[in-house]
Ligand binder design. Structure first.
Ligand code: OS5
Length: 230
């Protein structure tokens, strides 16, 4: 089985490349794809670069060029819910684009005709995550993740996103990956470890916790692979 694992920033996939050790590198469309295998699974690993457009291109490439049959996203996020602290893991049940706005035509935020505000992630992959969490005694949270092309470092904007989308965490790639995978019928899973609180300290907190939180998320995804044997 071909499984894609993607992050947005190199820091989000570095722990994966370090763990797998040996891989082949293929360049395509101004990006690099790292191919390896693990316990009978063929893995395609990449970081997309930041934002929805880059993430859409990478997810599409992993599926259409490299034949990914499932896609797992690993990375960091800003917390909205006060239940989430630095390093906590959240799995997205569904995702929405918080910066998609044609409300001038009477549509809800995050909606465009022939689309939907939310895209739901794959239930089987979420079940695997809950099994891993229970076996390892990890408090895995789940909730709605909101995505937009903004690093949110403003409490007002964060509260608005939380209220408008009932979102627990926010980031800059997940919902675009969700739209691509849903459209191409590829089961997907989005996992994020909290790096900051999306408020006025977010930049400093992000710099301090990017690496440690990215590692927490990547290690969890590696444990999921053990339960996805062919
Ligand atoms: O991928 C972006 C989204 N990620 C999740 C996230 C987030 N998203 C929105 N708001 C928040 N509060 C969030 N917290 C976590 C993380 C990432 C955020 S954008 C970070 C940009 C950091 C940076 N910019 N330049 N460099 C680092 C240095 C650099 C220079 C050249 C090449 C590579 C890096």
């Amino acid at each position: 089985m071909n499984i894609a694992i993607m992050g947005a920033m190199v820091e989000e996939i570095e722990p994966l490349l370090a763990f797998f050790g040996k891989y082949e590198t293929v360049e395509f469309a101004k990006n690099r794809y790292f191919l390896t295998s693990y316990k009978g699974l063929d893995l395609i690993i990449a970081y997309s670069k930041i934002g929805k457009v880059n993430a859409s291109l990478t997810a599409s490439t992993m599926i259409e060029k490299f034949g990914a049959q499932k896609l797992l996203f690993s990375g960091v996020a800003g917390a909205i819910s006060s239940d989430l602290g630095i390093g906590d893991l959240i799995v997205a049940t569904k995702l929405a684009q918080h910066d998609l706005d044609i409300s001038a035509f009477g549509h809800p935020f995050g909606y465009v005709p022939e689309g939907s505000v939310y895209v739901e992630s794959d239930e089987n992959l979420r079940d695997i995550a809950y099994q891993v969490a229970s076996e390892k005694g990890i408090a895995l949270k789940s909730g709605i993740i909101a995505t937009g092309d903004q690093f949110v470092c403003n409490s007002e904007r964060k509260e608005w996103i939380g209220k408008t989308f009932d979102a627990d965490a926010l980031e800059m790639e997940g919902a675009s990956v969700a739209v691509v995978c849903d459209s191409l019928n590829v089961p997907f899973f989005i996992l994020r470890a909290i790096s900051d609180g999306a408020d006025h300290d977010a930049g400093m907190s992000f710099d301090e916790f990017l690496q440690s939180s990215a590692k927490i998320s990547a290690e969890f995804v590696i444990s999921m692979l053990d339960k996805m044997q062919p």
